[in-house]
Design a binder for this molecule. Structure first.
Ligand SMILES: Nc1ncnc2c1ncn2[C@@H]1O[C@H](COP(=O)(O)OP(=O)(O)OP(=O)(O)O)[C@@H](O)[C@H]1O
Length: 263
């Protein structure tokens, strides 16, 4: 059911907010089917980087390529149509809709007929609706949520709500999935389940970018790690090498000292 993972190439990507250089000349290459973790101290630019790739923010400079095709000037829905899905940390489920309806919304966002046909009640809409419902049920099954399909999303435990956000993203048939702190706030058992789910998506060949503060989670899941500090990429490589990198250790120690000093 999964589309093949796409390659992501980012070069010279830059975005400032007033005088704050949130992302500065960032570059990374992510191979198809890779799980890439993006880590860095608070304010390093991780969420901004994701928004620049997803198109929610426009870059001041630089390029983003999906399988070699430039997407950095496209609006978010066009990038989504090409297979880029971003699940932001602040993303919420629609608590009043059922789990299935939440996932169906994800599919509507990228279907051709979409909401216009729905509003006009065109025949194409009914056919599409059935297809989307079937697709939503596949995505619910894929994320272990079949038993929750008809429950209001607000009644789902937090771990299942995270899985639901993933299911909603999967419904758009992504080829590149960006997850901003998917494990934050989850208990150990829920983290385990989520890690298993992400590993199984990787096994299907999906390319995944992951921002995560839980180092153990990252070390276990990621093929490679990119480290951002003050908007710049300061390290990039396999987990064991990045963990031992003096520049990475200094960046984290520095930010810890700054936080202590500020406290
Ligand atoms: N919309 C905005 N307006 C102004 N400044 C912003 C905006 N978004 C981000 N910034 C600033 O850009 C820098 C990078 O922020 P960003 O949220 O990308 O970091 P982050 O690595 O995701 O941080 P965290 O780990 O705390 O989530 C920070 O200094 C932040 O204050």
């Amino acid at each position: 059911m999964m589309a093949a993972g796409a390659a992501l190439d980012v070069a010279g990507l830059t975005r400032a907010f007033g005088g704050v250089h949130a992302v500065r000349e960032a570059g990374l290459h992510v191979a198809p089917g890779e799980v890439r973790a993006v880590i860095g101290p608070n304010g390093a630019g991780k969420t901004t980087l994701f928004a620049l790739i997803g198109g929610q923010l426009a870059a001041d400079a630089g390029t983003v390529r999906l399988d070699g095709r430039r997407i950095d000037r496209l609006p978010p829905h066009r990038r989504a149509g090409l297979g880029v899905a971003v699940v932001f940390q602040a993303a919420r489920v629609f608590t009043g809709l059922t789990a299935r309806e939440n996932v169906m919304v994800g599919a509507h966002a990228v279907t051709a007929a979409g909401f216009v046909a729905a509003a006009l009640r065109l025949p194409v809409h009914h056919r599409e609706e059935r297809l989307i419902r079937a697709r939503a049920d596949e995505c619910l099954a894929r994320t272990g949520l079949t038993a929750w399909a008809d429950r209001p999303a607000g009644e789902l435990p937090l771990g299942q709500q995270r899985a639901l956000q993933l299911a909603r993203a999967l419904c758009g048939r992504p080829r590149l999935l960006l997850l901003d702190e998917p494990a934050s706030g989850l208990r150990a058992a829920e983290r385990e389940r989520l890690a298993g789910l992400i590993a199984s998506l990787r096994a299907d060949g999906l390319t995944i970018l992951l921002v995560e503060h839980d180092v153990a989670f990252v070390m276990r899941l990621a093929d490679r790690i990119t480290v951002l500090h003050l908007g710049r990429v300061i390290a990039d490589g396999p987990p064991a090498r990045v963990r031992a990198d003096p520049a990475v250790i200094a960046a984290y120690l520095g930010s810890t000292v700054e936080r202590r000093a500020a406290a």
